[in-house]
Design a protein around this ligand. Structure first.
Ligand SMILES: [Cu+2]
Length: 149
């Protein structure tokens, strides 16, 4: 009986020790995961993205001001431009990623209605009157702004 009791005590000690080891092991794994998740979060933190609403101002070259825009599904990137009055605008629109009604772009004040093709679509017009003008998709739900100065 005494022998059995001794064995039992030893067994209990063994369990206690190993439970402690397991507990520390689990704590270590949890801590490691927490560190990895935190590091991943830091690595994947979004860069200070330039807001697409920031107006893009073109460089005037050979008497033409060229602006570039891409249709990304249901957004225009960028969605705002500032152009100079009296200078022809060459508006290059990448229509590769159009989605549904963004496949058509309308710019009523300049009498523009264009069905966009994949790749670059060149739209040309000359703004004459300073102001803010809105271009939009075929259903007038996705919009962008052209500021003429
Ligand atoms: Cu639309």
């Amino acid at each position: 009986m005494a022998r059995h009791h001794q064995t039992s005590a030893k067994t209990q000690t063994w369990y206690a020790t190993n439970n402690a080891k397991i507990a520390f092991g689990i704590f270590g794994i949890v801590a490691l995961i927490a560190i990895l998740v935190t590091m991943n979060g830091i690595a994947n933190a979004p860069e200070t993205a330039q807001p697409s609403s920031t107006a893009q101002t073109p460089v005037i070259e050979d008497g033409v001001q060229t602006i570039r825009m891409a249709v990304q599904g249901y957004t225009y990137e960028p969605a705002a431009f500032t152009v100079k009055a009296g200078v022809p605008v060459r508006w290059i629109v990448d229509g590769t990623k159009v989605s549904g009604c963004t496949g058509t772009i309308l710019f009523p004040e300049f009498d523009i209605s264009r069905r966009l093709q994949p790749g670059d679509n060149i739209i040309e017009f000359t703004p004459t009157t300073p102001g803010k003008y809105t271009f939009h998709c075929g259903m007038n739900m996705v919009r962008g702004q052209m500021t003429v100065v």
